[in-house]
Ligand binder design. Sequence first.
Ligand SMILES: [Zn+2]
Length: 329
Amino acid sequence: MRALVFDRQGIDNLSVRSVPDPNPGRGEVLLKIMRAGVNPVDYLTVTSLKVPLPHIPGTEFAGVVQEVGPDVTGIKPGERVALYTRFFDGKCDMCLKGKQMLCRNGGRIGVDVNGGFAEFIVVKDTTVFPFTGEWELAASLSVAALTAYHALKEANVGMGKVVAVLGASGNTGMFAIQLAKKMGAKTVAVSRKRWLKEMGADVVTGYEEAEREVRELTHGRMADVVINSLGASFWEIGTSLLGLDSTLVTFGVMTGNQVRLDLSKLYSKHIRIIGTNRGSLEDFRELIEVCSDCRVRVWKEFSLEEGKDALIELSSSERNGRIFIDPTK
Ligand SMILES: [Zn+2]
């Protein structure tokens, strides 16, 4: 099969190569990958994270079941599936608490083991779920939508809460807006992209005006939840939007990971800051139902051969939606 591979880290070291076809063993499924989403974690995988070499990146993908291994029941060749793209042992204390994303013996497909920037992949049958939506949405469930959904759940988003999402037009941002809306929240998309209105944002505001807009919307009470997936450069703006008894959720550091924190504001307003890391298998099961009609703004789709461009375009100032790799091209 063809796959996007690197032997040494660096975007320029990526190339498409012919590698041995994977075969499904006991409890495993061979998948033909139809679409793979491109995320910041893929960029970091190719440039700086500790990964086995040579390596195939790609943490987020969906496809068609091609073949199933011995003992696999409940899933058949030809089925369209979405994937929980982490592996876990199902036995450690974290797994027993239902936190498979923190499995002590687990890891990320596409980072710790080969990923989905390839024609085929073998995965565990416990991680594939039938999903008949469009391919871009199916692929987005693995990382972008799951991360947003889990973050909103951890922050107890519900009816009437005001949720401000920084970087709302980004991979997780567009799902955070849609899912918060489904949970009954009022949503503030901090972004320049007006199309977020069509995704359910009650207010779309630029960064300079964000504090004033949230103040107006809430009559001075400010946001109950702020989602910061961007990191350090947006820390001050994010914390300026927090109201009394509020929660800030963080899960991305593309703009840096060191911040200054005013502890007096933190305790006087009773603010919680929580970190989240994708989501659990149960979150994923729920997400497939909750997000079956979610929308994905697609900006560009690349072939495997163009994989390098797909990763470079991730940080383009022109970016206006999601980037995908289509391995069938
Ligand atoms: Zn475990």
